[in-house]
Design a protein around this ligand. Structure first.
Ligand code: HEC
Length: 274
């Protein structure tokens, strides 16, 4: 029993943590964790002899990561990871080993395909059937191109691809959602929370002179703030840091979270905090 959803390392599409707990006494811990999720389709262990060097390795198809991921596990730890089929830019739905020992994958789109992985070079006669790398549209919009190709994308991925930092919008969103409690250098004046200037470059709970909750101060749970942890924390502080003094309603809108986080990442420490 792996415990989902009581315990989970996952974040849902908004960036909110699925659960407050990542492990528990009754559950088996995962060997590998990807957060944010790469949306694995499935997992297979390779036992064939076409790729003897891969025997015993695990292969995970990835819908969001757009790759076939190879993992080598030794003594319960991942010791090697490799992303395959990266240049196809396709959602990989499933991977399996055929009775012939080759690896087969299916891709997920209106033009989804069944592909066979074989070692070595293809024969001349076959060259027309070999999967070609995806050509990035030069100056074009990848989201539109995906739509044209019938590659289904989750709304989440679309927002991520289409995201453009918009300073005016970001500042307005920060003003609406955060400025009542936070200053960001001289930009806003809120005093209930710590100053957020350059927050992405410091550890959580580390601004001198601010009386943080134990949750943020505790060195066992403190994190070096970065893009993912800020998005996750801001989307639902009480879920990310149970016991935090930041009492705000969850924010589900990904565009809002990304704009505010990008704004914070662009601020520089220096202008004295409080
Ligand atoms: C109601 C007041 C309030 C609002 C609104 C608020 N915060 Fe906070 N925030 C706090 C408090 C209080 C803390 C300190 C938390 C603790 O010590 O547990 C905090 C802490 C933080 C931290 C951790 C800083 C550090 O030094 O580790 C970040 C990042 C943060 N807030 C971002 C935001 C953002 C972004 C918004 C707007 C989306 C926001 N907050 C809205 C009160 C607020």
């Amino acid at each position: 029993n792996y415990g989902w959803p009581l315990v989970s390392w996952g974040f849902d599409y908004s960036g909110r943590a699925m659960s407050d707990m990542q492990d528990g006494p009754d559950f088996v811990d995962p060997v590998a964790v990807w957060s944010p999720s790469r949306a694995p389709g499935d997992l297979m262990e390779y036992s064939g002899d076409r790729f003897p060097q891969w025997r015993g390795d695990f292969f995970a198809s990835e819908l969001m990561g757009h790759v076939l991921r190879r993992l080598r596990v030794q003594d319960g730890k991942v010791v090697q990871e490799e992303a395959l089929l990266t240049d196809l830019r396709e959602r990989i739905r499933s991977a399996a080993m055929g009775p012939d020992g080759y690896i087969y994958v299916i891709t997920d789109s209106a033009k989804g395909r069944l592909l066979r992985l074989r070692p070595g070079k293809p024969d001349k006669a076959e060259s027309g059937r070999v999967a070609k790398p995806y050509a990035l549209p030069s100056g074009g919009n990848m989201v539109e191109d995906f739509a044209r190709r019938g590659v289904y994308q989750e709304k989440y991925t679309q927002v991520l691809f289409a995201f453009k930092y918009d300073e005016a919008k970001a500042k307005a969103l920060f003003g609406q959602n955060c400025s009542s409690c936070h200053s960001a250098g001289s930009f806003t004046t809120g005093e209930i929370g710590p100053d957020l200037n350059g927050v992405a470059k410091r550890r959580s709970g580390s601004l001198p002179g601010f009386a943080y909750s134990a949750a943020l101060r505790d060195s066992k749970t403190a994190v070096q703030w970065d893009h993912d942890s800020l998005v996750a924390f801001i989307s639902n502080p009480q879920s990310y840091y149970p016991g935090t003094k930041m009492m705000t309603a969850p924010i589900d809108d990904l565009e809002t979270l990304l704009q505010i986080t990008a704004f914070l990442e662009k601020t520089e420490p220096g202008k004295a905090g409080r």
